[in-house]
Design a protein around this ligand. Structure first.
Ligand SMILES: [Zn+2]
Length: 180
């Protein structure tokens, strides 16, 4: 794969087809499952031959497992389903740009493509802060695009963090009142 071409693709507005929409919608449903259990709302699906073969949502707090990111869980499931540790010709749809750990995992998995909704300007590793998915120094480069349901996914995240800050503040105030 041509590194510079792939890098440029991520920076250009992308065109998505009907299937891309369907699969990202499923990833969003999974993100909402994470939110329902007070986890950061991120969801992911792995698709092979137009079929979902792995699904995941953030469960780090629930499982006491810092590696239990949506992508990690979806990729483990996909590997099991394929009976292969390589996810050749698969696409990952995820609601938030992968972190360095998940981007590294994607390279190990040899996945073909990643499509993410919202860039992560703090730790995003598919073009925002780092670009580990298409780094010519690594032995595998991944096609990557973003922007599908971007607004919906970033507002889902920001309202989650807003709510959590509010809850923390209320808890602090309640503790203070108990003390006095
Ligand atoms: Zn991650």
């Amino acid at each position: 794969m041509n590194y510079s071409l792939s890098f440029c693709n991520a920076m250009k507005p992308s065109i998505f087809n009907a299937n891309d929409h369907l699969f990202m919608q499923r990833a969003i449903e999974l993100a909402l499952k994470a939110e329902a259990i007070d986890e950061i709302p991120v969801g992911a699906v792995v698709v092979h031959n137009n079929e979902i073969i792995g699904e995941g949502y953030n469960q780090s707090i629930t499982l006491n497992d810092p590696s239990a990111h949506a992508e990690m869980i979806a990729i483990r499931q996909a590997g099991e389903k394929l009976g292969n540790y390589r996810l050749l010709d698969c696409t990952l749809y995820v609601t938030l740009e992968p972190c360095p750990m998940c981007a590294g995992l994607l390279v190990h998995s040899r996945i073909k493509q990643v499509i993410y909704a919202s860039p992560d300007l703090k730790t995003g590793s598919a073009g925002s802060v780092f670009n580990l998915v298409a780094n010519e120094k690594l032995n595998h480069q991944i096609e990557h695009r973003f922007g599908l349901y971007q607004e919906q996914c970033s507002s889902m995240l920001s309202s989650f963090f807003k709510r959590r800050r509010k809850e923390k503040k209320a808890l602090k105030q309640a503790l203070k009142q108990n003390e006095s």
